[in-house]
Design a protein around this ligand. Sequence first.
Ligand SMILES: [Zn+2]
Ligand SMILES: [Zn+2]
Length: 573
Amino acid sequence: MNNRQIADTFETIADLLQIKGEIIHRVMAYRNAADAIRELPRDINAIYADGQLQQIPNIGATLAEKIEELITTGELEFFNRLAAEVPVTLVDVLKVEGVGPKKAKKFWDELGITTLEQLQEAAAKGELQKLSGMGKKSEDRILAGIESLSRRTDRISIGIAMPLALDFLNELLKLPQVKKGHVAGSLRRFRETIGDLDLLVASDDPDPIMEAFIHHQSVERVLGHGPSKSSIETFQGPQVDLKVIPPERYGTALVYFTGSKQHNVRLREMAQNIGLTLNEHAFTNLETGEETLCATEEEVYAVLGLPYIPPEIREDRGELEAAQQNNLPDLIQLSDIKADLHMHTTWSDGSFSIREMAEAAKARGLSYIVITDHSQSLGIANGLTPERLLEQQAEVRKVDAEMGPDFRVFHGTEMDIRADGTLDFPDEVLEKLDVVIASIHVAQKQDKDQITQRALNAIRNPHVDIIGHPRGQLLPDREPTQLDMDAVFEAAAEHNTALEINANPRRLDLDAAYARRAQELGIKLVINTDAHHPENFELISYGIGTARRGWVEAQNVLNTWDADQFLDWIANR
Ligand SMILES: [Zn+2]
Ligand SMILES: [Zn+2]
């Protein structure tokens, strides 16, 4: 059993004891123990092996015995006896706002309710309001609580979370009391899906900031309102937490609330090695109790003798070792991007003309684009026949000439890889194009061998330059295809075929882990928006965030190169 499992067991025991009506200090003993175990900077199994369980805060002889039993047998007699008395599923009922242990016990005793579903059913049928001490209002509140619970536990796509978080943050940054502010949590690290949103601002005057926060237009309900922390629920679903930090302690707080947990555990270990503890407030000298405050994240890392580590790679996946050796990757930045190689126009399923897409890309500061409409077999997307493709080429050449020498428009395709593995255009058509992307859009449920063979057929074709959104995932719910990525990487490396990081936040495909692996194998990457509308060009930031999470450096991304270098690669690969 690991730290988290043991902490969860103690937390559940606390809940069950509370429903049973145990005295509060017995309940709190388990809750405090759970918190202490969750915060431990070391594996609890190792602490047990060293005979040091009772040195953990809040752990006395009795609890140490219970931890020992869990570690050695994987079970706890006391927990089993408790679970036989009180159904463990009642713990979920306690998570509903407005349901405390007394009510949970009442619902169980009088209506036999032991699960969240049963509670929802009973509330919907109006059974709760008939109980003594309950009424229509409290029943409605419980129903609303169940609904918001189901909305909150759903993770949302970064494409929804980021604009929402930035909307809150930008409003707060306008306040004169706010010195600086950040989106924190997994959103700052560019995780693809997000639970709650975390915001952090630096100020000595929190009250007007909290006031403005809880009155933001997106607030549906205020869950908590205090001087250093407030929580609200938005109409869009996610919960947003705001913490106001004194400016001189902002650095430690920002590192702490950005995470990841694993990264922070390692930082605390490194602090301990030099006689310090580290928490969200400060470093503290273990002997003298003297605090070292950090206003910036740079100062936090400097105390540990490390260079600044960018948030996207704070996952304890080698970044601390790299930092110690002064060998951190030089991560790609938005300003490195010179081109977008994948977009659609009114020729297939896009909403704007070639000229309009070119103008919009130029206005964003790009220096070249590739027009890549769908191919003939994708009927629903109005895919192009070879005849229409050649007609389109004439228009692309015309727009390219009109745009002048500083902005180039190239002609390509996003060609379908058909269900039977053949390509949607013959070689004599492909050789007329400047750039060829091949993508899988149909028959995504095929078994591993079949779908992998399709991808390999495309990679091995000398005219195919790029594989678009290789794994076919759609966030948050459509799983990627069964594609054998080892085989895809091997073939892409052998045939010098580039792989796409599709920046659309519903795709983010390749994801960070695969992008990192591809780069390690020497495979070239491209980061494209797959724009169907000029506004979609903005989505590039999600592709950059994903690439940075994957340790990707600019020189390995083809669309950071200038047009001549890019064309040279296409011609010679
Ligand atoms: Zn596509
Ligand atoms: Zn596309």
